[in-house]
Design a protein around this ligand. Structure first.
Ligand code: KG4
Ligand code: ZN
Length: 342
């Protein structure tokens, strides 16, 4: 029998404020994972400024790709395909990665595979859970998305529920800003919450009539803002650690409840989490506990593979590549690309 060749993917990610490149072998082995974060730059504005993000990506992308190839000990000649995020995300930011990937693909005649950013987040789970294979349920919680997804097979997704308003990460970022913690809010809330009492304040948990898997986080964000304003009007001092802990508890319990409802109704035995908010320790603990109670398997990527990175894009690109997916040099950035859409 003919020996199967190893497949090396050079992956590029630039959809938001991280310029990232990675080399991934056979979809699951990360040879390099270089991330240049712009978070410190954007934090002075309280959030990502799209024009600044695009400009920074242009400055950094070549260095990041070179570093990814060097660290992996690979030359472009040894790369089988270029995987690149082409949506969803900030159009100007996405374009930098897409243009770079197309240029390399054209110059070196390497096949090009456009990757959906959320498909990348989900695929981050394959890297450290070598035996994880579809079908499984995945809770995707990032700065721009909150989806409960059934991963039916590689590249085939059924979205069971999504947020009706803010994404979970967006709620973390907005609440962090309201209590003066700055951007990015998620990790700051998590740290601050450790000093607070999660039962101090009861924030609401939204349920949507007739759509048990959908989420809504704008209500809890408004409740936090109302709580702060109310306390200020009464001249009371607010305990920001209690707010952070109580807010986090409320968001985590909604996420876990919805995910477990899907587990029960669909009878799945594996659930994964993905996206920036999946780095949250309280969410991971609560999911682990709920899964242990049900006797089902819980998977999650390491924190560095939860937030935006290119290794996850390499993992997703591998399975697309193996299924014969190739993009032409007319590949464009699609800022509102839907999951499962090509
Ligand atoms: O996946 P990601 O890096 O970018 C998007 O695709 O959106 O997610 C970024 C989001 C931000 O909203 C950030 O505040 C949140 O993930 N985040 C966290 C944590 N780390 C990042 N949220 C809660 N706890 C964390 N530890
Ligand atoms: Zn992301």
């Amino acid at each position: 029998m003919e020996k199967k060749e190893d497949v090396y993917i050079l992956a590029i990610e630039s959809s938001c404020d991280e310029t990232a490149a990675a080399v991934v072998k056979n979809g699951r082995e990360v040879l390099s994972n270089i991330i240049s974060s712009q978070a410190a730059l954007h934090s002075q504005y309280g959030g990502v400024v799209p024009e600044i993000a695009s400009r920074k990506h242009i400055e950094k992308i070549d260095q990041v790709i070179e570093a990814a190839l060097d660290t992996a000990g690979k030359q472009l000649e040894e790369i089988d395909a270029i995987g690149v995020t082409y949506g969803p995300g900030l159009v100007g930011a996405l374009l930098v990665g897409v243009a770079e990937a197309k240029a390399i693909s054209f110059a070196k005649q390497i096949p090009l595979v456009g990757v959906h950013h959320i498909e990348g987040h989900i695929s981050a789970n394959y890297i450290e859970n070598k035996e994880l294979e579809p079908p499984f349920l995945c809770l995707v919680v990032s700065g721009g998305h909150t989806h409960l997804v059934m991963v039916e097979e590689y590249g085939s997704y059924q979205v069971l529920g999504r947020t009706r308003d803010d994404a979970a990460g967006e709620a973390f970022d907005k609440v962090a800003r309201a209590i003066g913690l700055g951007y990015p809010g998620g990790p700051k809330i998590e740290k601050h919450a450790k000093e607070g009492n999660p039962e101090a304040i009861l924030f609401p948990k939204a349920k949507i009539e007739g759509a048990p898997y959908d989420f809504s986080f704008s209500g809890i964000k408004s409740a936090v803002l109302n709580y702060i304003n109310g306390a200020k009007m009464k001249g009371e001092t607010i305990n920001t650690a209690d707010i952070a802990a109580s807010f986090q508890r409320s968001v985590v319990s909604v996420l876990v409840e919805h995910a477990m409802l899907a587990v029960d109704r669909l009878g799945v035995d594996k659930i994964a989490i993905a996206g920036g908010v999946a780095a949250n320790g309280a969410l991971r603990e609560a999911m682990q506990e709920a899964c242990d109670q049900k006797g089902i398997r819980f998977c999650h990527p390491s924190p560095i593979l939860c937030t935006d990175n290119a290794a996850m894009i390499g993992a997703a690109a591998y399975y697309d590549y193996m299924r014969g997916i190739r993009h032409g040099w007319d590949l464009n950035a699609v800022p509102n690309l839907k999951l499962g859409e090509r």
